[in-house]
Design a protein around this ligand. Structure first.
Ligand code: GLC
Ligand code: CA
Length: 557
């Protein structure tokens, strides 16, 4: 297997707005990242993915870009960015940035010009239609039709909010602009890109009428808008023009790609270095993505999804693995549901979170941690819908009400699934505003910060933070690289469905087994370890092959 820096990297997604505020405006900023680089370095991170920092009206927290070449003044300046890139380099941390290329903000000068002047070239940069009625009945990701009427009889298309008009990739001039943007940032010194919503760039089925899937007469844009025939031409061109011949990496948010087609995306000659797979992160969602229809699921299904994903990816190329990101609820709550430990249940909290850590760090693919995951952050209790910031959450709440769900229940559903669960300010300490800001934080601080925070865990050698540090060091250890990074993965079938077990094998036959007990029961698993490399029961032997409640380990056999 060909060695690449990005296969060996330990990734960390950084939600800039919530990471660290240095100028008391309640919003995280680039100087905050610079200040906290030593924290990330100590954890062992070698790759940072920074969420959008471009000038933006922040309708969707920066995923509505108004200038691809700039820095939003709330986050800092281009000089701050340059300093961040050079300090990160000194710390041997690569930086990739979020590229939102499916749409812009409606405040982007291109769109403003397109609205003002139908004859301008910018009109071709977007998708306009002259029509009496809305041209099709696809439902946008954040609710309502994908079509918005710009003026009477003239519509424009948006996959997400109406303030996020979609770009028209059919237009060669637009594609040239995109290539220019990517080259600009590579020259600045970034090591690659996370490509937002990239499987939506080619329009196809969503432009025509479809069978409604809800009482609103619309049909979810997901199935109609993702991965449409012909998308490969745009993606290949982008790779050839901007990335071939560089050592930059790309990781694509690529929903809608069936496993049979993965090779085109991540194989030998694939469009990207790797993609994020949503199959198990979205295990609690039904098709259509309505949060108030949370799907029941079992550990058996979870295991099936994980191994199906891992095996399909390994057959065809390289993947990215994660349990949390800025669009998901916290993994402790998601995977342990009503059994999830509260922050007060210190021991159980450590065991559950460290069990997930062993699982994640054992999987094949470039690992991405999400900020706060290394501390075992949990969902934040929001007591009213007004406390949320996220437009998606608000839409889901309204849709729950429209589906005749009682307000209290609707609030519970969005509390469970809201994207704001992972966006609350980073808990640096147990002090006021969790040490995130001296000002007024832009989003509620999780009240648990007095129990779960970085200062406390940095000082406590038995903490989750230090457990992650050990696992990361193990994964980076040259002695295990051929197994833990490059090795094959194979499921170890276990009768108890709450035990996830697999082995990683190097070409020379060296084997590491990973065992994770997701249940609160003792489970007899028949494990025989030659050497224990990591164990969340720290030091106690794995006796008689029995796994203790939530025990998780990596062993040499
Ligand atoms: C992606 C981002 C999400 C954003 C959406 C629209 O899914 O991860 O946060 O809302 O794209 O850009
Ligand atoms: Ca700030």
């Amino acid at each position: 297997m060909e060695r690449k820096w990005w296969k060996e990297a330990i990734g960390y997604e950084l939600y800039l707005k919530s990471f660290k505020d240095t100028n008391e405006d309640g919003i995280g900023d680039l100087r905050g990242i610079i200040e906290k680089l030593p924290y990330l370095k100590e954890l062992g991170i070698s790759l940072l993915w920074i969420c959008p920092f471009y000038p933006s009206p922040m309708r969707d927290n920066g995923y509505d870009v108004a200038d691809y070449y700039g820095i939003d003044p709330r986050y800092g300046t281009m000089k701050d960015m340059e300093e961040l890139l050079s300090k990160a380099k000194e710390a041997e941390i690569r930086v990739i940035i979020d590229m939102v290329l499916n749409h812009t903000s409606d405040q982007h000068p291109w769109f403003q010009e397109a609205l003002k002047n139908p004859d301008s070239k910018y009109r071709q940069y977007y998708i306009f239609r002259d029509s009496k009625e809305r041209p099709s009945n696809a439902r946008s990701c954040f609710g309502g039709s994908v079509w918005e009427e710009a003026e009477e009889g003239v519509w424009y298309y948006h996959t997400f909010a109406k303030e996020q008009p979609d770009l028209n990739w059919e237009c060669p001039l637009l594609r040239a602009e995109i290539h220019k943007i990517l080259k600009f940032w590579l020259e600045k010194g970034v090591s690659g890109f996370r490509l937002d919503a990239i499987t939506y760039i080619k329009k196809g089925a969503s432009l025509a009428m479809a069978e409604p899937d809800g009482p609103d007469g619309l049909h979810d844009v997901g199935s109609l808008g993702q991965n449409q025939p012909g998308i490969g031409e745009f993606l290949k061109e982008m790779r050839q023009v901007c990335l071939d011949g560089t050592d930059a990496m790309t990781v694509a948010e690529a929903p809608g790609v069936p496993y049979e087609e993965l090779g085109e995306f991540i194989g030998e000659d694939g469009y990207f270095s790797m993609v994020f797979d949503f199959s198990y992160a979205d295990i609690d969602l039904l098709p259509g993505g309505n949060w108030y229809n949370q799907a029941p699921w079992t550990f058996k299904e979870l295991k099936e999804l994980i191994f199906k994903s891992q095996c399909s990816v390994q057959k065809q190329g390289w993947g990215a693995v994660y349990l949390e990101n800025h669009d998901q609820s916290r993994s402790l709550n998601k995977y342990f549901r009503e059994k999830a430990a509260a922050a007060e249940e210190k021991e159980k909290h450590f065991l559950q979170a460290s069990a997930l850590a062993v699982l994640l760090m054992g999987l094949r693919g470039t690992v991405f941690l999400y900020q706060g995951e290394e501390l075992g952050m949990v969902n934040c209790p929001f007591s009213s819908v007004d406390e949320f910031d996220d437009l998606n959450t608000k839409d889901q709440y309204q849709r729950a009400l429209q589906a005749d769900i009682e307000p209290e229940k609707a609030l519970k559903y969005v509390n469970d699934r809201s994207r704001d669960n992972s966006r609350t300010p980073f808990p640096w300490s147990g002090e006021k505003n969790a040490g995130f800001t001296q000002g007024v934080p832009w989003l509620k601080v999780n009240p648990d910060h007095t129990l779960i925070n970085a200062r406390q865990q940095s000082e406590d050698m038995q903490s989750l933070y230090h457990f992650y540090q050990k696992l990361i060091a193990l994964r980076k250890d040259p002695a295990y690289l051929d197994v833990l990074v490059y090795g094959k993965i194979e499921e170890i079938p276990v009768e108890n469905e709450g035990v996830i077990a697999f082995c990683r094998t190097a070409p020379d036959g060296k084997e590491i087994q990973i065992w994770v007990n997701m249940t609160e029961e003792k489970v007899s698993a028949g494990i025989h370890a030659r050497e224990v490399l990591a164990d969340n029961y720290q030091g106690t032997e794995i006796e008689n092959g029995i796994l203790m409640p939530y025990q998780a380990c990596m062993i040499l056999v």
